[in-house]
Ligand binder design. Structure first.
Ligand SMILES: [Zn+2]
Ligand SMILES: [Zn+2]
Length: 382
């Protein structure tokens, strides 16, 4: 662990720094004895999992996708629930969290990024919390400064963190008649796990994975990280399209935060869910992959480089133009439907769209095949 980039010239952020060091040390030293002499019951472990999810989702669906990115809209009672469990996560106030996060997106990988991965893995993971934080700039979080619930939570953040956790502790202890288990497992171990799971987004999700959407910044996509971060592991997508309420865009992507927001929209508790359309996502992917493949081909010496370069340019162009055509035809169809055009005209448009999509599918397949072939080629040894 390197402390090289830790800048304490403005002072140490003593309260969180001491809290993190002391609670984690005591927990790690005492946990083996606790597990040996007093193995927790299933109830306490279950309660820990439920509380982990509630406080974790309050961070990802609340602090992150709602307060920081405004990826959807909701009502006051839901905001109260998000802030309540957000306080239980012990990660400061939604206002402070969102300010840091908006700055992170605006200045990613630069010295102004509050948890820049350029300053090292451990700095991005949690050492940045030891530095005195920069003052909150009203222009960055103007919307949140107008929100009385956010301001209330910010003002009383420390008492709220204590009260919400005390409620959880007494409820679990009383329910399962195990106050020690409630204290060690449902309170401290749960907090420890959630802290590291959230910190993984700033460290691992900027280190270990692939970059299908934007090569120029450090955020990566990694399925494994998503399993630990309630779906936040598709971080390269997120840094490319930050206002999408989803991070995992495919149905099989593990993103419980997305499922929660979508599920709440079905019963009318969330609305105006923002999502990037499929064609824009595909266009972005093709353009990114094109530059990556051309870069890769520059390193190859034993293949017909020029032919492959030509194939990359031609195939990507084909896919991009078909994507554009599909998009235009879809808009035309929508307009025709709105203007109540004849049934025959609508059917002919639909038929045209179907055949265009079929052609796009074939081109997309060729594109993927070509990309795979080039990526498998061995690079010229240095
Ligand atoms: Zn990030
Ligand atoms: Zn974000």
């Amino acid at each position: 662990m390197s402390f090289k980039h830790l800048d304490i010239s403005r002072g140490v952020n003593w309260v969180p720094a001491l809290f993190i060091v002391i609670y984690q040390s005591i927990l790690l030293l005492s946990l083996p004895f606790y597990l040996y002499y007093h193995p927790p019951g299933i109830g306490v472990v279950l309660a820990m999992t439920v509380l982990l999810y509630l406080s974790g989702l309050a961070i990802t669906a609340g602090y992150h996708r709602y307060f920081s990115h405004k990826a959807y809209k909701t009502y006051r009672p839901i905001e109260i629930i998000l802030l309540f469990f957000g306080s239980m996560a012990v990660q400061g106030s939604a206002l402070r969290w969102s300010f840091d996060h908006r700055i992170h997106h605006a200045h990613v990988d630069t010295p102004n990024d509050p948890y820049s991965i350029e300053k090292g893995f451990w700095y991005a993971h949690f050492l940045w919390l030891f530095e005195k934080p920069k003052e909150i700039e009203p222009k960055v979080v103007g919307d949140l400064l107008q929100n009385p619930l956010v301001m209330f939570q910010h003002k009383f953040q420390i008492p709220l963190m204590i009260v919400t956790n005390a409620i959880a502790f007494f409820a679990v202890g009383w329910l399962f008649e195990d106050y020690l288990g409630a204290f060690v497992i449902s309170l401290w171990l749960r907090m420890f796990c959630l802290h590291h799971f959230t910190w993984f987004i700033n460290s691992l999700a900027h280190t270990w994975g692939d970059k299908p959407f934007s090569q120029e910044q450090s955020a990566v996509n990694n399925y494994v990280i998503s399993l630990l971060t309630f779906g936040e592991g598709y971080h390269n997508y997120h840094h490319t399209f930050a206002n999408d309420y989803r991070n995992g865009i495919r149905w099989y992507h593990f993103d419980p935060t997305k499922w929660l927001i979508y599920g709440l929209s079905l019963v009318g508790l969330t609305y105006n869910l923002r999502r990037i359309d499929k064609a824009s996502i595909q266009k972005r992917m093709v353009n990114e992959r094109k530059s990556l493949l051309l870069e890769q081909l520059k390193k190859c010496w034993y293949v017909k480089r020029e032919d492959l370069e030509k194939a990359v340019l031609e195939t990507s162009e084909k896919v991009l133009s078909k994507l554009g055509e599909v998009q235009n035809l879809k808009n035309l169809y929508k307009k025709a439907k709105k203007e109540k055009e004849s049934r025959e005209y609508l059917i002919s448009l639909k038929r045209e769209l179907k055949s265009l999509k079929k052609g796009l599918q074939a081109d997309w397949k060729n594109w993927k095949k070509l990309a795979k072939t080039i990526m498998r080629m061995q690079a010229l040894p240095a």
